[in-house]
Design a protein around this ligand. Structure first.
Ligand code: ADP
Ligand code: MG
Length: 394
């Protein structure tokens, strides 16, 4: 399949959404020292929007007039890009708004998308200022291309759009636990891993998925039974009736755009129905971690899905079944830094490219994350939406 690229016009005008708190707190300083000179050289004019609070960028992108910008540049971690993608989706004109190229410049401690773009461009692995310089150079070149998104639905009625990952269990625990070490930059994940290894937990639930290449004539597109199915609340019915925890500072669900105008989730059926017959239901019901990733990198130096591409139509689903030892888990985490974890032939680790998945926790335990942001634990399903937005890369 041919990759099609378009080029930013010159001169052009970009909006830089910058989170001054992300990562080690130096994003603004790094913008002035490393990014500005290169943009000026490349005839790219910019306006900097410095965020003052969580959701500031989301609200601006959702409601603002974006017509003066040729691209939206996020200089932060993956968390701010998540705000921007979902802010765009909540616009009434989301379909045309998503045609505007997005760009990531690594300013955070979680820079998975930036590291992935650096990898797709054929560059050597890089971190910190070197990764920033590479990504700024990619922006200066100005090539943009389609990117897949994943449409996620929760049992309580949230719908979210994700560009990076969805996870439950160990890896999500590390992601969130490590946030308190944000000031360490990339090293936060090493600290988080060591801490989570100490209290290695098992999460019970059912995992179902639609493997890539599994075709079926059947089509039963997602339809909500009724509009009162819980857009607002956290009420979640579990198979065995355990109530869900209400966690602080979790991502909000979307409700601004009428369901009918969004892209259809043609592979999913409502939670009250079993997954379609041609899906696979994993017999194992005890997991250390389930992690669905759609970019190559999980962090600047974690290559989880080396074969992933910007628009491969795939969700790269990894799951780690219960029974894995702490030593084996630590070895896996060290191997992920080189992308060689599958070579270890760990019997509990499975990898399968899928187009859709469903996770149904039996109890609300452990953290769930979407693009590194926290979500309360509840049943979630998602499917790939091919080439839904555009990203600068190449
Ligand atoms: P990091 O990679 O260090 O986590 P992110 O850019 O992902 O950095 O941002 C982390 C969180 O900070 C996101 O949830 C985002 O919504 C929030 N945020 C954005 N702007 C601000 C701000 N000005 N002050 C505090 N938090 C912010
Ligand atoms: Mg983050």
């Amino acid at each position: 399949e041919g990759v099609t690229y378009d080029l930013l016009p010159r001169p052009c005008q970009v909006l830089v959404l910058l989170n001054p708190q992300s990562g080690t707190g130096r994003a603004l300083q790094l913008f002035h020292s490393h990014v500005k000179p290169m943009l000026t050289e490349a005839n790219i004019a910019f306006t900097v929007f410095v965020t003052e609070r969580p959701n500031h960028a989301h609200d601006f992108v959702q409601n603002g007039d974006l017509s003066s910008w040729n691209a939206l540049v996020v200089m932060a971690g993956d968390g701010l890009m998540f705000e921007v993608v979902n802010g765009l989706m909540e616009r009434q004109d989301w379909e045309s708004a998503l045609k505007k190229p997005l760009c990531i410049l690594p300013g955070g401690s979680g820079n998975a998308l930036a590291a992935s773009i650096n990898h797709y461009a054929g560059n050597e692995p890089a971190i910190k200022e070197e990764l920033l310089t590479n990504c700024t150079y990619i922006l200066c070149k100005g090539l943009h291309t389609p990117m897949d998104l994943v449409s996620l639905r929760t049992a309580s009625g949230k719908r979210l759009f994700s560009f990076l990952s969805f996870g439950w269990g160990f890896i999500s625990d590390v992601d969130i636990t490590s946030e308190r070490y944000r000031k360490l930059g990339n090293a936060r994940f090493t600290m988080g891993t060591v801490q989570c290894l100490a209290k290695l937990e098992v999460y019970k639930g059912r995992l179902s998925y639609l493997p890539v290449g599994e075709t079926s004539a059947s089509s039963s597109p997602y339809r909500e039974q009724s509009s009162s199915s819980g857009q607002s609340g956290h009420h979640t019915c579990y198979r065995n009736g355990h109530p869900s925890h209400i966690l602080p500072q979790t991502v909000p669900g979307m409700s601004h755009v009428p369901e009918g105008t969004w892209p259809e989730d043609s592979l999913l059926v409502p939670f009250n129905q079993p997954v379609p017959k041609h899906w696979t239901v994993e017999p194992e019901e005890e997991f250390v971690s389930i992690f669905a990733i759609y970019q190559s990198h999980l962090g600047a130096d974690y290559v989880m899905a080396p074969k992933a591409k910007l628009h491969d139509g795939s969700i790269h689903l990894f799951y780690l079944k219960a029974g894995v030892s702490r030593t084996a888990l630590l070895k896996l985490f060290l191997a992920i830094q080189k992308g060689t974890h599958m070579d270890l032939n760990c019997p509990q680790l499975r990898y399968i490219p899928v187009r859709a998945f469903r996770i149904e926790p039996f109890v609300a335990a452990g953290l769930m994350t979407v693009d590194g942001e926290m979500l309360p634990c509840e049943p979630v399903q998602g499917q790939v939406q091919n080439q839904l937005c555009r990203i600068i890369g190449g």
